[in-house]
Design a protein around this ligand. Structure first.
Ligand SMILES: C[S@@+](CC[C@H](N)C(=O)[O-])C[C@H]1O[C@@H](n2cnc3c(N)ncnc32)[C@H](O)[C@@H]1O
Length: 310
């Protein structure tokens, strides 16, 4: 059973500035997140947990209690289900809690209970939505939230998440370095390049900073005795994985486009297209570019802060 977690209040349906989300919540989005999870795992060498973190969790288990782990901005919880499988193979049964602003991502209650993974609503920017915990978490994980954290919000979001961490625990945070994204031959694949540039322009227009790394590095350095950052790039992966990454890139930019086009013809013109039809046609042609072999390489950075004795 899950330990009781009661958010201070439930999120209201009207979204404030800074709580907007530029992606969708449909089955394609779920598939994309699941694919992104697989690519990320491969990128990180096949496991989301380092040997050191696994040993730390093993020591907690050996002391007679279940390690407590949470994932902020969890979506459908792919990361949690992944590490649950890994830890169960080592006979470690962690308590797993996922938090997200949009419960539409969450599996139904019965599935949460049968899988022993529980989901709760929370806004990373709003401390009052964070749970009051009798016992905090041994591991706090955050991944791919930079599309919802603008420049001045990093510190507050970091502090809110840090407040969930047990003294001596470990915090892990991964973000895509958007300014290190690379696209293979832009001239050979003009439609993919156009949709890619549109995605980047949308990030910029919404004030989502392209390079988040300087924001997290000092926060980890100041708040942990020991912290490290590691970069991983898809350029080192086999071609099949690079193709999956490219497909994902296509899906995410198309998702952003379609979401924006919910605003009609005016939204299409704002994006620099003559009409909605032209925008949709360009997106379809960009898919062809990806099919023909266009690749987009992604670099991610992981920050780890450890409060335990290594
Ligand atoms: C790109 S997805 C990443 C999902 C998951 N972390 C992963 O790596 O598979 C971003 C997630 O952030 C969630 N989100 C958006 N705004 C949020 C906020 N203000 N507080 C918490 N979660 C938020 C979205 O609902 C979505 O699930």
């Amino acid at each position: 059973m899950s330990a009781a977690v009661a958010p201070a209040h439930s999120h209201t349906s009207r979204l404030a500035e800074g709580e907007k989300y530029y992606l969708r919540f449909d089955d394609d989005a779920k598939l994309r997140l699941a694919q992104q999870n697989r690519v990320t795992r491969e990128l990180m060498g096949g496991s989301f947990l380092s040997d050191k973190v696994v040993s730390h969790l093993q020591a907690i288990k050996d002391s007679g209690r279940r390690p407590r782990i949470c994932d902020i901005g969890t979506g459908p919880g792919d990361w949690m289900f992944d590490i649950q499988t890994q830890l169960q193979s080592l006979d470690i049964q962690p308590i797993l809690h996922g938090y997200d602003l949009f419960p539409i991502h969450f599996p139904p209650k019965e599935e949460q209970e049968s899988k022993d993974v529980y989901f709760y609503e929370l806004n990373i920017h709003d401390k009052s939505t964070f749970p009051e915990l009798a016992e905090k978490y041994d591991v706090v994980h955050i991944r791919y939230l930079s599309i919802v954290i603008v420049g001045h919000q990093w510190e507050g979001a970091f502090e809110n998440c840090l407040g969930l961490l047990e003294p001596g625990g470990v915090m892990m945070w991964e973000e895509i370095l958007f300014d290190e994204f690379e696209m293979s031959d832009r001239f050979e694949y003009p439609y993919a390049a156009k949709i890619f540039d549109m995605g980047v322009a949308m990030f910029v227009r919404h004030g989502l900073l392209l390079n988040c790394s300087p924001k997290l590095t000092p926060l980890f350095k100041t708040n942990f005795q020991k912290s490290a950052q590691t970069k991983f790039s898809t350029t080192n992966l086999d071609e099949d994985w690079q193709r999956l990454q490219a497909k994902n890139m296509y899906m995410v930019t198309r998702e952003m486009l379609m979401k924006k086009l919910e605003g009609g013809e005016e939204a299409a013109r704002e994006l620099g297209f003559g009409s909605m039809n032209e925008a949709i046609k360009t997106a379809d042609l960009s898919m062809e570019d990806y099919r023909k072999g266009c690749l987009t390489n992604m670099t991610i950075c992981q920050w780890v802060g450890e409060g335990f004795e290594g």
